[in-house]
Design a protein around this ligand. Structure first.
Ligand SMILES: Nc1ncnc2c1ncn2[C@@H]1O[C@H](COP(=O)(O)OP(=O)(O)OP(=O)(O)O)[C@@H](O)[C@H]1O
Ligand SMILES: [Mg+2]
Length: 453
């Protein structure tokens, strides 16, 4: 049942907060928070679709079919969603500024509307003309793609009810405001209340809703982090500045796995789906330079081959530097410490720069062996053989451990012309080997002996 609620607004800076405090956390002014009453509380929308009963019934009497999912028609997005949009679902599409969120949302809108399903694209940041220009650049739009430049949540609700779209997209949720809340758009309370209202409408009407949310480098106080528990799925769009590769990752998904990722290339004509990203990533690899190793990792269920580079130089001053791009700095420090301890090489007096080429982020531990090989190769200034792929985890004792999915990794490596693989003992478990030499490597000392010493 709807009930009254209070928020506390700072008279000095205009931000709103959910509880009273003696000092405004945003501007630091004392005694500036003033109580403000909201008409209805909507932060916990009733999760009922239209026509669903308010009384408890047996689950066997509920009608819901997997076929009710609406495939978007972009394979990489459907893969991440687990097959498509579920009626009434709320999806948050987050990412750093400029990564391509609006482009992705507009391409989704074009794909859905091209099949005759009406898509309502609500733009709170750009004018309808700007959206039209982008749409013309990235593809053909159908008549069923409707645009609404609007920031007021009540006006948006009215439009949704009057034009009854099959899917709604909002760019971005931070720009939408509710007049009842006096603070400016983008504040935590505003964003939460507005999202809650829109999600309630989506559930009631069974309309899937895609909401773009901005994330700042530090996670953003007013950013979508606060919303993650409210929505059904959180998709994060990632990419490195200056690189074309974009990865769509499910951080949360109530209707599918969070293991799958979608991979795209950002081009002037929009996002192109990339089914086999390894070729793109290894395309310009300088095979025979010291400090370069090829790693076979898994992104979701797909193998991905990428180049790991390391540069080891005498420390310039004081403490040795550990600089990374696309690689976890903790993992690099750990590997450097293990290499120093187990092989006796003086990395404590060296700066190490490490880089996953192509703008991807190296996750998990399967890239350890490639990173260790790249560090050794740079330290000894000896290039690794160009046709070897590395896959394995390195432990604190210097031991190499097997990683799952060896078959997929090796098949992908073979497809891209690699002729040998360096793996932990026992990785193969009876897999047929046709055409690939396997170097089983028990520990880091074996790796160094075989390739660089
Ligand atoms: N004319 C163009 N040609 C090529 N690439 C372009 C062009 N215009 C935009 N881009 C690419 O699109 C990216 C911006 O995409 P988009 O506006 O979808 O990002 P966004 O995540 O919505 O950004 P914001 O956070 O500012 O809303 C740019 O960084 C650039 O890579
Ligand atoms: Mg945008």
């Amino acid at each position: 049942m709807a009930k009254s609620r209070f928020i506390f607004m700072c008279l000095e800076c205009g931000t709103s907060h959910e509880r009273h405090m003696g000092r405004c956390p945003d501007c630091g002014t004392f005694n500036s928070l003033k109580e403000h009453r909201l008409g209805t509380a909507s932060s916990e929308p009733t999760p009922r679709l239209a026509g669903e009963s308010a009384t408890a019934v047996s689950i066997t009497q509920i009608e819901a079919r997997e076929e009710d999912r609406m495939a978007i028609g972009m394979g990489e997005v459907d893969r991440v969603l687990g097959g498509g949009l579920v009626p009434g679902c709320g999806i948050l599409l987050s990412g750093e500024p400029g990564v391509g969120k609006s482009t992705l949302l507009l391409q989704i809108a074009q794909a859905i509307s091209s099949t005759g399903n009406r898509f309502l694209y609500i733009t709170g940041e750009e004018s309808a003309a700007q959206v039209r220009l982008r749409a013309d650049r990235i593809g053909a739009s159908s008549e069923e793609l409707w645009l609404l430049p609007e920031c007021d949540v009540e006006a948006i609700e009215q439009q949704i009810l009057s034009i009854r779209p099959a899917v709604v997209g909002i760019d971005s949720i931070q720009t939408i405001r509710w007049e009842q809340i006096p603070a400016g758009a983008g504040g935590v309370v505003q964003v939460r209340e507005v999202t809650s209202r829109l999600l309630a409408l989506a559930r009631r009407e069974g309309i899937p809703m895609l909401m773009v949310g901005h994330v700042t480098k530090d996670g953003g106080v007013a950013g979508p982090r606060a919303l993650e528990h409210m929505v059904d799925a959180v998709l994060q769009f990632e990419g490195e500045r200056g690189h074309a590769l974009r990865v769509l990752r499910g951080l949360k998904n109530r209707f599918g796995s969070t293991e799958e990722v979608g991979i795209f290339e950002m081009r002037s004509d929009g996002l192109i789906e990339v089914e086999n990203p390894s070729g793109l990533l290894l395309g310009d690899r300088r095979h025979s330079s010291p400090g370069s190793a090829a790693a076979a990792v898994l992104e979701g269920s797909r193998p991905l081959l990428l180049e790991i580079q390391a540069l080891v130089t005498p420390a310039a001053h004081g403490a040795p530097a550990r600089k990374v791009s696309g690689i976890d700095s903790g993992r690099l420090s750990m590997l450097a410490a293990v290499l120093e301890k187990r092989l006796g090489i003086p990395l404590g007096g060296c700066d190490i720069h490490a880089n996953a080429v192509g703008g991807v982020k190296l996750r998990g531990t399967a890239g350890d062996l490639a990173l260790a090989a790249a560090i050794l190769s740079s330290f000894h200034d000896r290039a690794l053989p160009r046709d070897v792929i590395f896959a394995g985890e390195v432990g604190l004792l210097g031991e190499i451990r097997p990683v799952p999915g060896t078959r997929q990794r090796l098949e992908e490596a073979k497809r891209l012309g690699f002729q040998a693989a360096c793996l932990a003992p026992g990785s193969l478990e009876g897999l047929p080997l046709d055409g690939m030499r396997i170097h089983e490597t028990q520990e880091l000392a074996d790796l160094a002996k075989r390739f660089v010493e």
